[in-house]
Ligand binder design. Structure first.
Ligand code: GLU
Length: 472
């Protein structure tokens, strides 16, 4: 295991300790909150072509103070036990922070997805799901996986199908996994959820004039420049939604093949199409290539968005950061050592457990939808629409004025599933930031938003344990 990988878990532990000592909870309780409760490491054979390969995989349940446990499954050749432990741990605090009533978990399968065909990946995914079922590490009330780096709705559909084959007739089985395709019991708005949550979170942070003044940033998200590392699901939606709904200018994008820059701004949707055609972001019209791939770190900008893997901003490159805000769209992209350097420089870090919580928030909505067996908005949409139309007609009658059809249909529209999901997500991000900010402002020794977020989460989990009667 490389230092970088081992230090991810240590970074999370260091951040926890930094916050925990500012709380007044008993030591034993803090130790229980910190510990990873269950670690399942598995090796299983899969026939690939004519040969058998032994696949190494994990599922870690960090905390069962609330059930089910929840967290994505990562497919990457870098997967290792400590990484999955770190990611599972972050899930616990993330869920607590945004009031999603789950414990934290994470899964990892050590495979490089580029080296396998879709059929081979299906075999691996289904076999992994069987292992989880066999050890009781999956189920609507036990542990509910979701997508993460290297996986998406396709893998979730395979997991659901495998689970249902083994649990025939289980009424709530669709809730055993989230992030499913919409036509396979998924929910509208889940795919974009993490990126959209990043946007709502940033917009909220930048909406407070006094805070912005303190940070030396002009208030409001509009017109801010953004650099994005990683054009996967999270990075691409963060970019496109920030451009469309926040009037943000994305000036640099970094991917495996290199980094590109344009002072005028990069259209993320067009860039995605270009990459699909050419297999690379390099050469995208109107952009220039940066000398080194890692140069994205040192681009002058308002918001730097690491949206790929952990430990991308570390001791070796933290000094080069010229951004005012680092927006942790990925999990653990800034190491604890790097954070020290950045805080000294006055860089504001929007912590992962808050900023990328949109994914698990909408997963929670999907889980609720699956348990209630009805699409959001199905029951009330038409009723609301009729009621609003009656009000608008009444206003017209009473005033003698006519409202244009366009305006009328905007006002009278009943909410669809995606409208409700987005509004639930927006509300969640605003409320969560409010609770972090309270701690940040109220507690004297809290010098950064991550510590404030940790304290907020720890207090909630501690309260759960105490009211459970585990720690009298
Ligand atoms: N993998 C995502 C995360 O890190 C989503 C987890 C989920 O939806 O359960 O938050």
């Amino acid at each position: 295991m490389s230092d970088k990988q081992a230090s991810f878990y240590k970074s999370v532990e260091r951040n926890f300790d930094k916050a925990a000592q500012l709380t007044s909870h008993p030591k034993g309780l803090l130790a229980q909150i910190k510990a990873c409760n269950a670690i399942y490491q598995m090796n299983f054979p899969v026939k690939i072509g004519k040969n058998y390969e032994v696949i190494e995989a994990y599922r870690v349940q960090h905390s069962q103070h609330r059930l089910p446990t929840k967290g994505g499954i990562r497919f990457s050749h870098l997967v290792n036990q400590e990484e999955v432990m770190a990611l599972a741990t972050l899930m616990t605090y993330k869920c607590a922070l945004v009031d999603v009533p789950f414990g934290g978990a994470k899964g990892g399968v050590k495979v490089s997805t580029r080296e396998y065909t879709a059929e081979q990946l299906e075999k691996i995914t289904r076999r992994y799901a069987v292992e989880l079922v066999r050890k009781n590490f999956i189920g609507p009330g036990i542990d509910v996986p979701a997508p993460d780096y290297g996986t998406g709705s396709r893998e979730m559909a395979w997991i659901l199908d495998t689970y249902q084959q083994l649990n025939n007739g289980e009424l709530d089985s669709a809730a055993c996994v989230t992030g499913k395709p919409v036509n396979q019991n998924g929910i509208r708005g889940r795919t974009e959820a993490t990126g959209r949550g990043v946007f709502y979170g940033l917009r909220e942070m930048l909406s407070n004039e006094a805070d912005c003044k303190e940070w030396g940033i002009s208030p409001g998200i509009a017109g801010k420049t953004m650099v994005i590392q990683g054009l996967g699901n999270v990075g691409s939606y963060t970019g496109s939604i920030s451009i469309e709904e926040g009037d943000v200018k994305v000036i640099c994008v970094s991917e495996i093949e290199g980094s590109i820059y344009s002072e005028k701004g990069i259209d993320i949707k067009k860039l995605l199409k270009y990459r699909k055609q050419k297999g690379s972001i390099i050469g995208f019209p109107g952009t220039k290539r940066l000398k080194e791939r890692g140069d994205w770190v040192s681009v002058e900008c308002d918001i730097l968005v690491p949206a790929a893997l952990e430990s991308q901003i570390n001791k070796s490159n933290a000094k080069k950061v010229k951004a005012k805000i680092i927006a942790e769209a990925a999990n653990g992209p800034v190491t604890a050592d790097a954070e020290k350097i950045l805080l000294k420089k006055g860089v504001i870090i929007a912590p992962d457990m808050f900023l990328n919580a949109g994914g698990v928030t909408v997963s929670y909505f999907e889980w609720l939808k699956n348990l209630s067996h009805v699409r959001y908005g199905r029951i009330e949409k038409r009723f609301d629409q009729n009621a609003y139309t009656n009000i608008v007609n009444l206003v017209e009658d009473l005033t003698g004025k006519t409202i244009s059809d366009k305006r009328k249909s905007f006002i009278t529209r009943g909410a669809d599933e995606v409208d409700l999901v987005r509004s639930g997500l927006e509300e969640t991000m605003i409320t969560a930031y409010g609770s972090i900010r309270d701690v940040y402002k109220r507690k004297k020794k809290v010098e950064d938003l991550r510590t404030a977020a940790f304290i907020t989460a720890i207090d909630k989990i501690a309260n759960d344990y105490l009211t459970m009667g585990v720690f009298p």
